[in-house]
Write a protein that binds this ligand. Structure first.
Ligand SMILES: Cc1cc2nc3c(=O)[nH]c(=O)nc-3n(C[C@H](O)[C@H](O)[C@H](O)COP(=O)(O)OP(=O)(O)OC[C@H]3O[C@@H](n4cnc5c(N)ncnc54)[C@H](O)[C@@H]3O)c2cc1C
Length: 434
């Protein structure tokens, strides 16, 4: 079959790789001039650096398997990571169960025990369906305690989902905790996270090369405007470079874009797509003369903070990769119509640096050698109660038209492993289609 794919992120590239290998003839269209989508890299500090902080868990098997299959196993390093939690002017270590039990004084001892029990419980339970009908807020307040929600989960959810925080289904938190704890070893005392030396762009580039070597065609900087229909079937893609005929079409772009380029011929289905919402993400990345934070990942659980995390890449991977300097991300999730998302770079930098000084009084802007801001509008699906009722399937009502985007990752939270899974699965569905 001739197959057209919209989107050159991990899902689109994996689907292209699988389908081309299975003997189909694939053409992929990416609107940007660079492949990789949310997982792409840019040139920074003399190296390739992911646009957003990036690691994988030992439980992320689909992406680990793909990395190995592509011959990159030697570049996948498992490095110990350290976490912290900033609350009301204090930075608490937050890496191990011992840290939480004995050092996290933001909560009473009883509440700390409850936090620990909550993680153990959610890791053991395998039935996510029961968390569909209750929000994180309702569940945590009811079973773990109001104070735990107020100090830990409430601020983090607000930082991630803004005014939709109270609506997020417990399935989302379950999915996150489940995969995270499964990644621990040594009785949970240490956490090892996987990083691909040379950045995850290496995986993207290797996938691209494998698709092209097998005879596939990749068009960069050639966005899709419309799915071409003929006799009620998907028959091709209209792109910036013209019309391209296909027997089947896959859409891996966000639902907001899907709505614009495809008509599914069913008012109900079209309306359902518009219910699948995402929030945007933004990260200030800076190269510094000296280290800023004592940990790799610092959660900033303060409602008044303009960002949610401070991620010091060089507390996780060697500084030598970046010429011996420290590399730090300051991350934020936010709606794309928010003031901060629309603010020009200098304003964002000043807003972030002002609060950074509050957390790290010794922070001095003169130590910042270089900085850049990356923004992406479709970054995190919003998962409300009973999401399984609106989650689309790979097959759409239109014959020959398939969808495989982050809105379909459920009950897990989105991540590269699940985008690889989307690519693998949509390819398998097409391979078995009559
Ligand atoms: C801040 C942040 C941090 C993250 N950290 C991690 C992490 O540590 N570990 C992890 O595993 N995952 C992480 N993720 C998630 C991971 O990046 C995503 O799950 C994954 O990259 C999504 O890949 P995708 O192909 O499904 O979607 P996308 O990467 O969104 O790809 C969709 C592609 O479609 C293209 N496109 C859109 N419209 C059109 C059009 N009209 N025509 C052609 N092309 C189009 C886009 O340009 C894009 O390239 C993070 C995400 C964010 C936002």
């Amino acid at each position: 079959m001739k197959i057209g794919i919209t989107g050159g992120g991990i899902a689109g590239l994996t689907a292209a790789y699988r389908l081309q290998k299975a003997g189909h003839s694939v053409e992929l269209f990416e609107k940007d001039t660079q492949l990789g989508g949310l997982a792409r890299s840019f040139d920074f500090a003399g190296a390739k650096l992911d646009i957003f902080y990036r690691h994988i868990f030992t439980s992320d098997l689909p992406v680990i398997d793909l990395i190995e299959e592509l011959g990159l196993k030697q570049d996948l390093l498992w490095l110990e990571s350290k976490m912290g939690f900033y609350h009301k002017g204090v930075m608490y270590p937050f890496s191990t169960p011992m840290d939480i039990l004995f050092r996290f004084k933001a909560l009473s001892f009883i509440d700390r025990v409850r936090v620990g029990l909550m993680s153990v419980y959610l890791t053991r339970v395998n039935k996510w369906e029961k968390y569909e009908k209750i929000t994180c807020k309702e569940w945590v307040e009811k079973y773990v305690g109001g104070r735990v929600y107020e100090v830990v989960w409430g601020p983090l959810l607000e930082q991630k989902f803004g005014d939709m925080a109270d609506k997020i289904a417990m399935t989302w938190l379950y999915g996150r905790i489940h995969s995270r704890i499964a990644s621990r070893s040594g009785g949970g005392l240490k956490e090892y996270l996987g990083y691909l030396k040379g950045s995850y762009q290496k995986m993207i580039d290797t996938l691209e090369a494998a698709v092209v070597k097998a005879g596939g065609v990749i068009h960069k900087g050639d966005g899709v405007n419309k799915v071409i229909m003929e006799n009620g079937k998907a028959a091709g893609l209209s792109t910036q470079s013209g019309a391209h005929k296909f027997d089947a079409v896959i859409l891996t772009c966000a639902p907001a874009i899907v709505s614009k380029i495809a008509d599914f011929g069913s008012a109900e289905y079209n309306a359902n797509i518009t219910k699948l919402r995402y929030v945007g993400a933004m990260a200030l990345v800076m190269r510094m003369k000296k280290s800023l934070s004592p940990v790799y990942w610092l959660n900033v659980a303060e409602k008044d903070s303009p960002f949610v995390c401070v991620v010091e890449q060089t507390n996780y991977v060697p500084k030598e990769w970046y010429g011996g300097d420290s590399v730090v991300y300051i991350g934020k999730y936010l709606p794309t119509d928010s003031e901060l998302y629309k603010m020009e770079n200098e304003g964002v930098k000043n807003t972030f640096f002002k609060y950074l000084k509050k957390i790290f009084p010794e922070f001095n802007e003169s130590d910042v050698l270089e900085w850049k801001i990356n923004r992406e509008p479709f970054s995190q699906p919003v998962v409300e109660k009973e999401y399984s009722k609106i989650k689309p399937d790979y097959k759409t009502p239109v014959p020959g038209l398939y969808m495989a985007n982050m809105a379909m990752i459920y009950p897990e939270d989105r991540g590269m492993a699940y985008s690889v899974r989307l690519g693998n699965e949509v390819a398998a569905v097409i391979n078995t289609a009559k």
